[in-house]
Design a protein around this ligand. Structure first.
Ligand code: ARG
Length: 389
């Protein structure tokens, strides 16, 4: 496979100059990364995460490559999504999969397997002309940035203004994880779990800054960082200091398993955010949006996923994991017809994209992509202060 395979159509327009630029999730999309399912692995055990799929052939403690037919089907959907984007004039880059079954190590630890490169959103955060490699917080994902290095190197060479950054590589020693977290947490009642989520008293300690890029939602000058199972307060604090021109906010939702903000609090266009009603925002966050004349719309229930959740660590709320092509156009998973109707009612054009087979590889249409270029500049969509915001 070529390192920088670019999907091309028969009559492709002459390639324009490469420019890294994206400040929010909705401005017109020009250039994007689309992940690959190739080589994805059900991860070997590690302190940060528990994989337990007894019905699907991977009970607790076992690991190995995802079944071949699932990988092939996911790749077909990813490839046709990439073709759809390029047919609309959007440039598409793809990662270079590694052997994710390999054992990896640092001077501090050894891990029996890696994970994959379907969800680039987890690893890379684009803010303006900067692409930032996140720390990540799973040992199996420590080296995942390598799958994106060919793309990043090429962007660096072709755009003289691109800023290529990487957050401090974490140590991920045992001191970064709360011992026995999963055994204890899973026996707690809902109320106790939600208290811990609100306090961000979860599997990660505060030993060092840790975050996944997908816990950050970009609204121009405001960046919202979800504290989660993979993002700690120090991770937020590092991001806050790293983006001094932004207002960077730490937020939580009533979600017992918070992991990436993009199925929870989803910007659709200036003045409109889609909210997952099963994961409530705090009243102060809602207030901040309301005093700035943003409408907070609750998404309709996801469609049925029947058997399609085999080996998946995501929920049916991947329904709201949308990709904007511009402020009026949204890519929506093809079976989510009620959500599509809701979005049409809000004035959007909907592009249906079959994507169910991709879910077990780490997410939906937003997870599977990273913005390289959107039109637009840095804007302030929240001129009024409210509470701590
Ligand atoms: N944790 C979310 C859910 O299952 C899925 C978010 C996935 N996002 C991502 N960038 N991988 O509801």
């Amino acid at each position: 496979m070529s390192t920088l395979e670019r999907v091309s159509t028969a009559e492709q327009a002459p390639v324009e100059a490469t420019r890294v630029n994206s400040w929010n999730g909705w401005d017109p999309l020009r250039h994007v990364i689309v992940g690959r399912a190739t080589g994805t692995v059900v991860q070997a055990p590690e302190p940060a995460v528990r994989r337990d799929f007894p019905e699907d052939g991977f009970p607790l403690g076992t690991w190995g490559p995802m079944p071949e037919e699932m990988t092939a089907e996911a790749n077909e959907q990813l490839d046709s999504f990439a073709r759809l984007l390029s047919s609309r004039g959007i440039r598409v880059d793809r990662p270079t999969p590694l052997d994710f079954t390999q054992r990896v190590s640092t001077p501090d630890w050894e891990q029996e397997s890696m994970f994959g490169c379907m969800p680039p959103r987890d690893v890379l955060l684009t803010v303006g002309n900067e692409i930032l490699e996140a720390t990540m917080s799973y040992r199996s994902r420590w080296f995942e940035y390598l799958a994106y290095r060919p793309v990043l190197q090429s962007l660096f060479e072709s755009d003289p203004d691109m800023r290529w950054e990487a957050a401090p590589k974490p140590r991920l020693t045992d001191e970064s994880y709360v011992p026995g977290f999963w055994d204890t947490y899973n026996t707690l009642g809902l109320g106790e779990q939600l208290d811990k989520v609100a306090a961000n008293d979860l599997v990660l300690t505060e030993k060092e800054p840790l975050f996944d890029a997908a816990d950050v939602a970009r609204f121009g000058k405001d960046l919202f960082v979800q504290l989660s199972l993979v993002t700690n307060r120090q991770g937020y604090e590092w991001l806050r200091r790293h983006f001094p021109e932004h207002r960077v906010h730490a937020i939580t939702f009533t979600n017992t398993h918070p992991l990436h903000i993009d199925a929870t609090w989803v910007p659709l266009r200036p003045g409109l955010v889609l909210h997952n009603g099963e994961r409530l925002a705090t009243p102060e966050l809602v207030k901040y949006f309301e005093v700035n004349d943003w409408e907070v719309v609750e998404a309709v229930q996801p469609a049925s996923w029947k058997h399609q959740m085999r080996l998946s660590f995501c929920t049916p709320w991947l329904s709201v994991n949308l990709l904007n092509l511009d402020p009026n156009t949204l890519c929506v998973e093809a079976e989510e017809v009620r959500l599509a109707d809701q979005l049409v009612g809000l004035g959007f054009d909907v592009v249906p994209v079959p994507f169910r087979a991709v879910a077990p590889f780490g997410g939906g249409l937003h997870c599977a992509t990273v913005d390289i270029e959107r039109d637009g500049v840095l804007e302030d969509y929240f001129p009024r202060r409210a509470g701590r915001f």
